[in-house]
Design a protein around this ligand. Structure first.
Ligand SMILES: Nc1ncnc2c1ncn2[C@@H]1O[C@H](COP(=O)(O)OP(=O)(O)OP(=O)(O)O)[C@@H](O)[C@H]1O
Length: 241
């Protein structure tokens, strides 16, 4: 019962001679909201991609819901990624010709399932956009498009939702709306969320911040306040060249 949603053990990832992750051990508890921060190039995106099964680590282990990914072949890994992992990016990556409902239904269709209208509307309801089901992306604001992307990531009821700068393209007000929504998913639905961000205010919505430097965990902060996060980050970035 205490199995974390995601467990990373001694994770290393070398990209063509560049060590992006250098022995990361982290647990992401179920129903927790974690922000991952660090200077540019510290390995944040690599960590998220490895944890989500998008990228394979050079060594070490990723477990999602207790299932080790290293033992899975490509087909089973793709399946687990589709069913147990949600991912949102800075770019919403919605298909312009499809309605919000059709975009949300896509992951299940790709998995060979036929999603019920009720399941799609339920996912849109969870992001407050049920009444926009028939709208195409161009008819929606940036924040609404990101919420459709969230609904699409949540339709499979994933063990973990990863966000790589999910509010990076949004203005301050819209960004807070999306972060409040993520916080609500954690608090009311026990969704596990792991989000990379450069923004200390965004990080303050999380339960915990993990700081990366040079591919290693350089520290953590619980119940993070934006000012304290900004100060810690400034310290980490002030590395002599
Ligand atoms: N596909 C790749 N090929 C070669 N090097 C890579 C590749 N992906 C990442 N790297 C390198 O690995 C290191 C970590 O990159 P990563 O993108 O994970 O950092 P990041 O913290 O997300 O950076 P940013 O905040 O700038 O997005 C960097 O030195 C980067 O240049």
């Amino acid at each position: 019962m205490n199995t974390p949603a995601v467990r990373l053990t001694d994770l290393r990832r070398v990209h063509r001679g560049v060590t992006a992750l250098d022995g990361v051990r982290l647990d992401f508890a179920r129903g927790s909201f974690t922000a991952v921060m660090g200077p540019s190039g510290s390995g944040k995106s690599t960590l998220l991609n490895c944890a989500a099964g998008i990228d394979r680590p050079t060594s070490g282990r990723v477990e999602i819901d207790g299932v080790p990914l290293d033992g899975l072949g490509e087909r089973r890994l793709a399946l687990l990624r589709r069913e147990r992992v949600g991912f949102v990016f800075q770019a919403y990556n919605l298909i312009p010709s499809l309605t919000a409902a059709q975009n949300v239904a896509l992951p299940l269709r790709l998995a060979g399932r036929r999603p019920s209208r009720a399941a799609v509307l339920d996912a849109l309801e969870r992001v407050g956009l049920r009444e926009r089901a028939g709208h195409r992306p161009a008819q929606l604001s940036g924040g609404q498009q990101q919420r459709v992307a969230l609904a699409r990531a949540l339709i499979t009821r994933p063990a973990v939702l990863f966000g790589d700068e999910p509010t990076g393209a949004l203005d301050t007000v819209t960004s807070r709306e999306v972060l409040t929504l993520l916080r609500g998913l954690v608090d009311t639905a026990a969704q596990t969320v792991v989000m990379v961000t450069h923004d200390p205010v965004a990080a303050s919505f999380a339960d915990r911040v993990v700081f990366l430097v040079d591919g290693r965990v350089a520290g953590e902060m619980a119940a993070p306040a934006a000012d304290a996060v900004a100060a810690r980050l400034a310290g980490l970035e002030a590395v002599p060249c």
